[in-house]
Design a protein around this ligand. Structure first.
Ligand SMILES: Nc1ncnc2c1ncn2[C@@H]1O[C@H](COP(=O)(O)OP(=O)(O)OP(=O)(O)O)[C@@H](O)[C@H]1O
Ligand code: SF4
Ligand SMILES: [Mg+2]
Length: 463
Protein backbone atom coordinates (compact mmCIF):
# COMPACT_ATOMS: atom_id res chain seq x y z
CA UNK A 1 0.00 0.00 0.00
CA UNK A 2 2.65 2.49 1.10
CA UNK A 3 4.86 1.27 -1.78
CA UNK A 4 2.19 2.22 -4.30
CA UNK A 5 1.58 5.55 -2.63
CA UNK A 6 5.29 6.36 -2.74
CA UNK A 7 5.62 5.21 -6.34
CA UNK A 8 2.85 7.61 -7.27
CA UNK A 9 4.22 10.51 -5.19
CA UNK A 10 7.62 10.19 -6.92
CA UNK A 11 6.09 9.70 -10.40
CA UNK A 12 5.86 12.41 -13.11
CA UNK A 13 2.21 12.97 -12.10
CA UNK A 14 2.81 12.93 -8.36
CA UNK A 15 2.82 15.67 -5.75
CA UNK A 16 6.59 16.13 -5.85
CA UNK A 17 6.66 16.76 -9.59
CA UNK A 18 3.89 19.27 -9.07
CA UNK A 19 5.90 21.25 -6.51
CA UNK A 20 9.51 20.79 -7.59
CA UNK A 21 10.66 22.35 -10.84
CA UNK A 22 12.22 19.84 -13.25
CA UNK A 23 11.39 16.88 -11.05
CA UNK A 24 12.07 13.55 -12.84
CA UNK A 25 11.12 10.05 -11.77
CA UNK A 26 14.23 8.19 -10.58
CA UNK A 27 13.91 4.47 -9.85
CA UNK A 28 16.68 4.53 -7.23
CA UNK A 29 14.99 7.31 -5.33
CA UNK A 30 11.58 5.59 -5.20
CA UNK A 31 13.09 2.28 -4.14
CA UNK A 32 15.08 3.94 -1.42
CA UNK A 33 11.98 5.78 -0.15
CA UNK A 34 10.05 2.48 -0.11
CA UNK A 35 12.79 0.69 1.82
CA UNK A 36 12.93 3.53 4.36
CA UNK A 37 9.14 3.50 4.75
CA UNK A 38 9.34 -0.21 5.47
CA UNK A 39 12.07 0.27 8.09
CA UNK A 40 10.02 3.00 9.78
CA UNK A 41 6.96 0.75 9.90
CA UNK A 42 8.82 -2.04 11.70
CA UNK A 43 11.00 0.25 13.88
CA UNK A 44 14.00 -1.24 12.15
CA UNK A 45 17.59 -0.21 11.63
CA UNK A 46 18.34 0.48 7.99
CA UNK A 47 21.52 1.56 6.26
CA UNK A 48 21.12 2.93 2.74
CA UNK A 49 23.90 3.84 0.39
CA UNK A 50 22.94 5.71 -2.75
CA UNK A 51 25.33 7.60 -4.97
CA UNK A 52 25.65 11.32 -4.90
CA UNK A 53 22.82 13.16 -6.63
CA UNK A 54 20.31 10.31 -6.20
CA UNK A 55 18.06 12.63 -4.25
CA UNK A 56 18.44 10.92 -0.89
CA UNK A 57 17.00 13.90 0.95
CA UNK A 58 13.52 13.50 -0.58
CA UNK A 59 13.90 9.72 -0.35
CA UNK A 60 13.97 9.92 3.45
CA UNK A 61 11.88 13.05 4.02
CA UNK A 62 8.82 11.78 2.16
CA UNK A 63 8.38 8.47 4.06
CA UNK A 64 9.33 10.10 7.37
CA UNK A 65 6.73 12.87 7.03
CA UNK A 66 4.10 10.42 5.80
CA UNK A 67 4.70 8.06 8.73
CA UNK A 68 4.11 10.88 11.22
CA UNK A 69 5.27 10.80 14.82
CA UNK A 70 8.31 12.64 16.05
CA UNK A 71 11.35 12.63 13.77
CA UNK A 72 14.93 13.73 14.42
CA UNK A 73 17.07 14.33 11.37
CA UNK A 74 20.78 14.70 11.94
CA UNK A 75 23.08 16.08 9.25
CA UNK A 76 26.82 16.47 8.95
CA UNK A 77 27.20 20.25 9.12
CA UNK A 78 25.38 23.40 10.20
CA UNK A 79 25.08 24.45 6.54
CA UNK A 80 23.29 21.23 5.63
CA UNK A 81 21.11 21.73 8.69
CA UNK A 82 20.08 25.19 7.48
CA UNK A 83 19.48 23.90 3.95
CA UNK A 84 17.21 21.12 5.20
CA UNK A 85 15.31 23.40 7.52
CA UNK A 86 14.92 26.33 5.17
CA UNK A 87 14.50 24.56 1.84
CA UNK A 88 13.98 20.79 1.60
CA UNK A 89 11.74 20.24 4.61
CA UNK A 90 9.25 23.03 3.78
CA UNK A 91 9.23 21.89 0.12
CA UNK A 92 8.29 18.32 1.01
CA UNK A 93 5.85 19.40 3.71
CA UNK A 94 4.03 21.66 1.24
CA UNK A 95 4.07 19.05 -1.52
CA UNK A 96 2.62 16.35 0.74
CA UNK A 97 0.27 18.83 2.43
CA UNK A 98 1.05 17.38 5.85
CA UNK A 99 0.66 19.72 8.85
CA UNK A 100 3.96 19.00 10.57
CA UNK A 101 5.78 21.54 12.69
CA UNK A 102 9.53 21.81 12.23
CA UNK A 103 12.36 23.13 14.40
CA UNK A 104 16.07 23.69 14.08
CA UNK A 105 18.24 22.93 17.08
CA UNK A 106 21.87 23.98 17.21
CA UNK A 107 24.51 23.62 19.89
CA UNK A 108 24.42 26.07 22.78
CA UNK A 109 27.44 27.98 21.46
CA UNK A 110 25.19 29.25 18.64
CA UNK A 111 22.93 31.21 20.95
CA UNK A 112 23.64 34.45 22.79
CA UNK A 113 23.78 34.10 26.55
CA UNK A 114 22.25 37.02 28.47
CA UNK A 115 24.26 36.27 31.56
CA UNK A 116 27.70 36.19 29.96
CA UNK A 117 26.90 39.08 27.67
CA UNK A 118 26.11 41.16 30.73
CA UNK A 119 29.29 40.03 32.49
CA UNK A 120 31.41 40.85 29.45
CA UNK A 121 29.82 44.29 29.10
CA UNK A 122 30.50 45.14 32.72
CA UNK A 123 34.10 43.89 32.50
CA UNK A 124 35.00 46.30 29.70
CA UNK A 125 38.47 44.69 29.23
CA UNK A 126 39.04 43.76 25.60
CA UNK A 127 42.08 42.37 23.93
CA UNK A 128 41.43 44.29 20.71
CA UNK A 129 39.45 47.26 19.47
CA UNK A 130 37.77 44.92 17.06
CA UNK A 131 36.36 42.94 20.02
CA UNK A 132 34.84 46.14 21.40
CA UNK A 133 33.32 46.99 18.01
CA UNK A 134 31.89 43.49 17.67
CA UNK A 135 30.49 43.61 21.17
CA UNK A 136 28.60 46.83 20.41
CA UNK A 137 26.91 45.12 17.44
CA UNK A 138 26.07 42.04 19.49
CA UNK A 139 24.54 44.14 22.28
CA UNK A 140 22.35 45.92 19.72
CA UNK A 141 21.28 42.59 18.22
CA UNK A 142 20.51 41.07 21.62
CA UNK A 143 17.86 43.75 22.13
CA UNK A 144 15.89 42.88 19.01
CA UNK A 145 16.41 39.18 18.34
CA UNK A 146 13.77 36.59 19.05
CA UNK A 147 15.96 33.52 18.66
CA UNK A 148 19.36 34.78 19.90
CA UNK A 149 20.95 32.74 17.08
CA UNK A 150 24.36 34.25 16.48
CA UNK A 151 23.99 33.74 12.72
CA UNK A 152 21.65 36.76 12.87
CA UNK A 153 24.63 39.09 13.45
CA UNK A 154 26.01 38.86 9.96
CA UNK A 155 28.74 41.50 10.34
CA UNK A 156 30.54 39.75 13.19
CA UNK A 157 32.43 36.75 11.74
CA UNK A 158 31.43 33.35 13.06
CA UNK A 159 34.96 32.71 14.34
CA UNK A 160 35.39 36.10 16.08
CA UNK A 161 36.86 35.58 19.55
CA UNK A 162 34.22 37.74 21.19
CA UNK A 163 31.62 34.99 20.67
CA UNK A 164 33.27 32.92 23.36
CA UNK A 165 32.52 35.66 25.86
CA UNK A 166 28.87 36.21 25.00
CA UNK A 167 27.73 32.62 24.60
CA UNK A 168 27.60 29.91 27.22
CA UNK A 169 29.24 26.53 27.58
CA UNK A 170 27.97 23.50 29.38
CA UNK A 171 30.51 24.33 32.06
CA UNK A 172 29.63 27.94 32.68
CA UNK A 173 25.85 27.95 32.23
CA UNK A 174 24.10 28.58 35.52
CA UNK A 175 20.96 26.71 34.48
CA UNK A 176 18.10 27.00 36.97
CA UNK A 177 20.12 29.39 39.12
CA UNK A 178 20.55 31.90 36.30
CA UNK A 179 18.77 35.25 36.76
CA UNK A 180 17.98 35.19 33.00
CA UNK A 181 16.59 31.69 33.05
CA UNK A 182 13.16 32.82 31.84
CA UNK A 183 14.47 34.66 28.75
CA UNK A 184 17.28 32.25 27.96
CA UNK A 185 17.66 31.68 24.18
CA UNK A 186 19.16 28.21 24.60
CA UNK A 187 16.23 27.04 26.67
CA UNK A 188 13.76 28.64 24.27
CA UNK A 189 15.26 26.80 21.27
CA UNK A 190 15.04 23.52 23.20
CA UNK A 191 11.42 24.09 24.14
CA UNK A 192 10.57 24.69 20.49
CA UNK A 193 12.36 21.48 19.55
CA UNK A 194 10.38 19.61 22.20
CA UNK A 195 7.11 20.83 20.69
CA UNK A 196 8.00 20.25 17.01
CA UNK A 197 7.23 17.11 15.00
CA UNK A 198 10.45 17.21 13.01
CA UNK A 199 13.70 18.50 14.51
CA UNK A 200 16.85 19.09 12.51
CA UNK A 201 20.10 18.66 14.44
CA UNK A 202 23.70 17.86 13.50
CA UNK A 203 25.89 14.87 14.35
CA UNK A 204 28.07 16.79 16.78
CA UNK A 205 25.07 17.93 18.72
CA UNK A 206 23.52 14.48 18.66
CA UNK A 207 26.54 12.68 20.04
CA UNK A 208 27.58 15.42 22.41
CA UNK A 209 24.15 15.11 23.88
CA UNK A 210 23.98 11.34 24.09
CA UNK A 211 27.02 11.53 26.30
CA UNK A 212 26.71 14.85 28.11
CA UNK A 213 22.92 15.22 28.21
CA UNK A 214 23.30 18.93 27.85
CA UNK A 215 22.36 19.97 24.33
CA UNK A 216 18.67 19.22 24.36
CA UNK A 217 18.66 16.16 22.06
CA UNK A 218 18.55 13.53 24.80
CA UNK A 219 15.29 14.97 26.10
CA UNK A 220 13.84 14.78 22.58
CA UNK A 221 14.74 11.13 22.09
CA UNK A 222 12.23 9.41 24.39
CA UNK A 223 9.29 10.78 22.36
CA UNK A 224 10.99 10.20 19.03
CA UNK A 225 9.77 7.52 16.57
CA UNK A 226 12.35 7.91 13.85
CA UNK A 227 15.96 9.05 13.80
CA UNK A 228 17.56 9.71 10.43
CA UNK A 229 21.28 10.27 9.95
CA UNK A 230 22.21 11.85 6.64
CA UNK A 231 25.91 11.83 5.71
CA UNK A 232 26.07 8.82 8.01
CA UNK A 233 29.62 7.89 6.95
CA UNK A 234 30.79 10.67 9.29
CA UNK A 235 29.26 9.05 12.35
CA UNK A 236 32.11 6.78 13.49
CA UNK A 237 34.50 9.69 13.74
CA UNK A 238 32.02 12.03 15.41
CA UNK A 239 30.83 9.34 17.81
CA UNK A 240 34.32 8.41 18.93
CA UNK A 241 34.99 12.07 19.61
CA UNK A 242 32.13 12.23 22.06
CA UNK A 243 32.20 8.76 23.55
CA UNK A 244 35.54 9.70 24.99
CA UNK A 245 36.54 12.32 27.54
CA UNK A 246 38.40 15.48 26.82
CA UNK A 247 39.73 18.57 28.50
CA UNK A 248 41.23 21.48 26.63
CA UNK A 249 43.46 24.37 27.65
CA UNK A 250 40.87 26.75 26.20
CA UNK A 251 38.38 25.46 28.81
CA UNK A 252 40.94 26.22 31.50
CA UNK A 253 41.52 29.70 30.09
CA UNK A 254 37.74 30.24 30.13
CA UNK A 255 37.62 29.13 33.73
CA UNK A 256 40.37 31.61 34.63
CA UNK A 257 38.50 34.39 32.82
CA UNK A 258 35.10 33.58 34.36
CA UNK A 259 36.61 33.32 37.83
CA UNK A 260 38.22 36.74 37.42
CA UNK A 261 34.92 38.27 36.23
CA UNK A 262 32.94 36.68 39.05
CA UNK A 263 35.51 37.69 41.65
CA UNK A 264 35.42 41.30 40.41
CA UNK A 265 31.70 41.35 41.17
CA UNK A 266 31.28 39.16 44.24
CA UNK A 267 34.71 38.92 45.92
CA UNK A 268 36.35 42.30 45.31
CA UNK A 269 38.14 42.21 48.67
CA UNK A 270 39.88 38.91 47.91
CA UNK A 271 42.91 39.92 45.84
CA UNK A 272 44.49 36.45 45.85
CA UNK A 273 41.92 35.13 43.36
CA UNK A 274 42.61 37.40 40.36
CA UNK A 275 46.36 36.87 40.83
CA UNK A 276 45.92 33.10 40.88
CA UNK A 277 43.68 33.15 37.78
CA UNK A 278 46.32 35.11 35.86
CA UNK A 279 48.91 32.41 36.69
CA UNK A 280 46.46 29.70 35.67
CA UNK A 281 45.78 31.44 32.38
CA UNK A 282 49.52 31.66 31.71
CA UNK A 283 50.14 28.01 32.64
CA UNK A 284 47.40 26.88 30.21
CA UNK A 285 48.89 29.00 27.41
CA UNK A 286 52.40 27.71 28.21
CA UNK A 287 51.24 24.12 27.78
CA UNK A 288 50.22 24.99 24.22
CA UNK A 289 53.62 26.61 23.62
CA UNK A 290 55.37 23.27 24.21
CA UNK A 291 54.44 22.49 20.60
CA UNK A 292 55.95 24.36 17.68
CA UNK A 293 53.46 23.11 15.08
CA UNK A 294 50.20 24.98 14.37
CA UNK A 295 47.97 21.92 14.44
CA UNK A 296 48.20 18.15 14.76
CA UNK A 297 47.43 15.01 16.73
CA UNK A 298 49.67 12.68 18.70
CA UNK A 299 49.38 9.89 21.23
CA UNK A 300 50.09 10.50 24.90
CA UNK A 301 52.96 8.00 24.79
CA UNK A 302 54.74 10.12 22.21
CA UNK A 303 55.16 13.10 24.54
CA UNK A 304 54.99 11.70 28.04
CA UNK A 305 58.74 11.52 28.48
CA UNK A 306 59.36 14.98 27.07
CA UNK A 307 60.53 17.18 29.95
CA UNK A 308 59.11 20.41 28.47
CA UNK A 309 55.70 18.70 28.46
CA UNK A 310 55.88 17.14 31.92
CA UNK A 311 57.17 20.42 33.42
CA UNK A 312 54.42 22.51 31.81
CA UNK A 313 51.80 19.96 32.89
CA UNK A 314 53.08 20.00 36.47
CA UNK A 315 52.82 23.81 36.60
CA UNK A 316 49.32 23.74 35.13
CA UNK A 317 48.13 21.15 37.64
CA UNK A 318 49.64 23.17 40.49
CA UNK A 319 48.04 26.45 39.37
CA UNK A 320 44.67 24.81 38.91
CA UNK A 321 44.94 23.37 42.39
CA UNK A 322 45.66 26.83 43.78
CA UNK A 323 42.68 28.44 42.05
CA UNK A 324 40.46 25.60 43.23
CA UNK A 325 41.48 25.94 46.84
CA UNK A 326 40.92 29.74 46.73
CA UNK A 327 37.53 29.20 45.06
CA UNK A 328 36.56 26.73 47.73
CA UNK A 329 36.83 29.55 50.29
CA UNK A 330 34.78 32.02 48.20
CA UNK A 331 32.25 29.73 46.51
CA UNK A 332 29.40 30.53 48.85
CA UNK A 333 29.53 34.23 47.98
CA UNK A 334 27.77 33.80 44.60
CA UNK A 335 26.30 31.27 42.19
CA UNK A 336 28.94 32.28 39.65
CA UNK A 337 31.83 31.54 42.02
CA UNK A 338 30.26 28.26 43.07
CA UNK A 339 29.97 27.30 39.39
CA UNK A 340 33.66 28.13 38.80
CA UNK A 341 34.68 26.02 41.78
CA UNK A 342 32.69 23.02 40.52
CA UNK A 343 34.22 23.37 37.06
CA UNK A 344 37.73 23.67 38.44
CA UNK A 345 37.34 20.42 40.34
CA UNK A 346 36.02 18.54 37.30
CA UNK A 347 38.93 19.83 35.22
CA UNK A 348 41.50 18.73 37.78
CA UNK A 349 39.90 15.31 37.86
CA UNK A 350 39.88 15.00 34.05
CA UNK A 351 43.54 15.90 33.80
CA UNK A 352 44.46 13.29 36.36
CA UNK A 353 42.31 10.67 34.55
CA UNK A 354 44.00 11.51 31.28
CA UNK A 355 47.37 10.90 32.88
CA UNK A 356 46.32 7.45 34.11
CA UNK A 357 48.37 4.96 32.06
CA UNK A 358 46.40 1.90 33.15
CA UNK A 359 43.48 2.26 30.72
CA UNK A 360 43.68 -0.70 28.34
CA UNK A 361 40.41 -0.19 26.43
CA UNK A 362 41.08 3.48 25.68
CA UNK A 363 43.50 5.50 23.62
CA UNK A 364 44.97 8.57 25.27
CA UNK A 365 45.92 11.22 22.78
CA UNK A 366 46.08 14.94 22.30
CA UNK A 367 45.10 17.37 19.63
CA UNK A 368 46.95 20.59 19.01
CA UNK A 369 44.84 23.49 17.77
CA UNK A 370 45.96 26.94 16.72
CA UNK A 371 45.62 28.33 20.25
CA UNK A 372 44.96 25.37 22.50
CA UNK A 373 45.76 21.75 23.29
CA UNK A 374 43.05 19.20 23.98
CA UNK A 375 43.69 16.05 26.01
CA UNK A 376 41.47 13.19 24.84
CA UNK A 377 40.68 9.67 25.95
CA UNK A 378 38.81 7.67 23.31
CA UNK A 379 37.32 4.20 23.75
CA UNK A 380 38.80 1.67 21.33
CA UNK A 381 35.36 0.49 20.32
CA UNK A 382 32.37 2.76 19.84
CA UNK A 383 30.19 -0.16 18.66
CA UNK A 384 29.27 -1.32 22.14
CA UNK A 385 28.40 2.14 23.42
CA UNK A 386 26.42 3.16 20.35
CA UNK A 387 24.43 -0.05 20.08
CA UNK A 388 23.50 0.27 23.74
CA UNK A 389 22.25 3.79 23.07
CA UNK A 390 20.09 2.84 20.12
CA UNK A 391 18.69 -0.47 21.30
CA UNK A 392 16.88 1.01 24.27
CA UNK A 393 13.45 1.96 22.85
CA UNK A 394 11.55 0.75 19.82
CA UNK A 395 12.11 3.31 17.09
CA UNK A 396 13.43 3.37 13.56
CA UNK A 397 17.07 4.27 12.91
CA UNK A 398 17.93 5.23 9.33
CA UNK A 399 21.49 5.82 8.09
CA UNK A 400 22.08 7.24 4.62
CA UNK A 401 25.14 8.32 2.71
CA UNK A 402 26.79 8.15 -0.68
CA UNK A 403 29.92 6.49 0.71
CA UNK A 404 29.34 3.96 3.46
CA UNK A 405 30.38 0.63 1.96
CA UNK A 406 33.66 -0.84 0.91
CA UNK A 407 32.84 -2.14 -2.59
CA UNK A 408 29.17 -2.46 -1.63
CA UNK A 409 30.01 -4.36 1.54
CA UNK A 410 28.46 -2.83 4.67
CA UNK A 411 30.13 -5.10 7.22
CA UNK A 412 32.96 -2.74 8.15
CA UNK A 413 30.52 0.09 8.91
CA UNK A 414 28.12 -2.25 10.70
CA UNK A 415 30.74 -3.65 13.01
CA UNK A 416 32.28 -0.24 13.62
CA UNK A 417 28.91 1.20 14.66
CA UNK A 418 27.49 -1.89 16.37
CA UNK A 419 24.71 -2.18 13.78
CA UNK A 420 25.05 -5.89 13.06
CA UNK A 421 21.29 -6.46 12.91
CA UNK A 422 20.58 -3.61 10.50
CA UNK A 423 19.07 -4.12 7.04
CA UNK A 424 21.17 -2.67 4.25
CA UNK A 425 20.73 -1.65 0.62
CA UNK A 426 22.77 0.01 -2.06
CA UNK A 427 21.78 2.02 -5.15
CA UNK A 428 23.89 3.38 -7.95
CA UNK A 429 23.85 7.07 -8.52
CA UNK A 430 22.15 8.32 -11.66
CA UNK A 431 25.50 10.03 -12.25
CA UNK A 432 27.42 6.74 -12.40
CA UNK A 433 25.18 5.37 -15.16
CA UNK A 434 26.12 8.12 -17.61
CA UNK A 435 26.73 7.00 -21.08
CA UNK A 436 26.62 10.03 -23.30
CA UNK A 437 26.76 13.76 -23.32
CA UNK A 438 23.64 15.78 -22.82
CA UNK A 439 23.87 17.88 -25.98
CA UNK A 440 20.39 19.17 -25.36
CA UNK A 441 21.54 21.40 -22.53
CA UNK A 442 21.00 25.00 -23.57
CA UNK A 443 22.61 26.39 -20.42
CA UNK A 444 26.19 26.59 -19.28
CA UNK A 445 25.82 24.67 -16.05
CA UNK A 446 28.05 25.58 -13.16
CA UNK A 447 28.84 21.90 -12.52
CA UNK A 448 30.70 20.45 -15.48
CA UNK A 449 29.43 16.97 -14.82
CA UNK A 450 25.90 18.10 -15.66
CA UNK A 451 27.02 18.39 -19.27
CA UNK A 452 27.59 14.66 -19.55
CA UNK A 453 24.36 13.51 -17.99
CA UNK A 454 21.89 11.79 -20.28
CA UNK A 455 18.84 13.90 -20.85
CA UNK A 456 16.52 11.72 -18.85
CA UNK A 457 18.67 12.13 -15.72
CA UNK A 458 19.36 15.82 -15.93
CA UNK A 459 17.57 17.53 -13.06
CA UNK A 460 18.78 21.09 -13.57
CA UNK A 461 16.91 23.73 -15.54
CA UNK A 462 18.03 22.30 -18.85
CA UNK A 463 15.05 20.90 -20.67
N1 LIG B 1 13.60 13.18 -8.63
C1 LIG B 1 14.22 14.35 -8.75
N2 LIG B 1 14.12 15.08 -9.87
C2 LIG B 1 14.74 16.26 -9.98
N3 LIG B 1 15.50 16.79 -9.02
C3 LIG B 1 15.66 16.12 -7.88
C4 LIG B 1 15.01 14.89 -7.68
N4 LIG B 1 15.32 14.44 -6.42
C5 LIG B 1 16.14 15.36 -5.89
N5 LIG B 1 16.34 16.38 -6.75
C6 LIG B 1 17.23 17.51 -6.58
O1 LIG B 1 18.52 16.99 -6.79
C7 LIG B 1 19.49 17.64 -5.99
C8 LIG B 1 20.30 16.61 -5.21
O2 LIG B 1 19.47 15.96 -4.24
P1 LIG B 1 20.05 15.51 -2.82
O3 LIG B 1 20.78 16.63 -2.19
O4 LIG B 1 18.97 14.89 -2.07
O5 LIG B 1 21.10 14.44 -3.32
P2 LIG B 1 21.89 13.38 -2.46
O6 LIG B 1 21.52 12.03 -2.95
O7 LIG B 1 21.67 13.65 -1.02
O8 LIG B 1 23.40 13.65 -2.88
P3 LIG B 1 24.70 13.79 -1.93
O9 LIG B 1 25.20 12.40 -1.69
O10 LIG B 1 25.64 14.58 -2.80
O11 LIG B 1 24.30 14.49 -0.69
C9 LIG B 1 18.71 18.59 -5.10
O12 LIG B 1 18.83 19.88 -5.64
C10 LIG B 1 17.28 18.10 -5.20
O13 LIG B 1 16.36 19.15 -5.04
S1 SF4 C 1 20.61 29.85 31.60
FE1 SF4 C 1 22.73 29.54 30.91
S2 SF4 C 1 22.71 30.02 28.71
FE2 SF4 C 1 20.80 30.80 29.58
S3 SF4 C 1 21.25 32.97 29.99
FE3 SF4 C 1 21.67 31.81 31.90
S4 SF4 C 1 23.85 31.27 31.83
FE4 SF4 C 1 23.22 31.90 29.76
MG1 LIG D 1 22.72 14.41 0.57
Amino acid sequence: MIDKKLAFLFSPNGALAEHIPNFRARPQQVEMAQAIAQAITVNGQFIAEAGTGTGKTFAYLVPALLAGGKVIISTGTKNLQDQLFQRDLPTVRDALKVPVSIALLKGRSNYLCHYHLERTQSDGRFTTREDARHLAKIVKYAKITQSGDKSGVSDVPENALIWMQVTSTRDNCLGQECPHHKDCFVLKARKEAMRADVVVVNHHLFFADLMLRDEGVAELLPACNTVIFDEAHQLPETASLFFGESISTSQIIELARDTRLEAAISAKDFAALPTATDSLDKAARDLRLVFKQREGRMTAIAIEDLSSWTDAMAVLIEKLKQVNSLLEKQAERSEGLENCWQRGQVMAQKISQWQDKEQVDRVRWLEIFHQSVQLNTTPLSIAEIFSKQINGHPRAWIFTSATITVKQDFSHYQSEMGLLEAQTACWDSPLTTLSRRCYMCPKICSTRIILVIPKRWCWRLCH
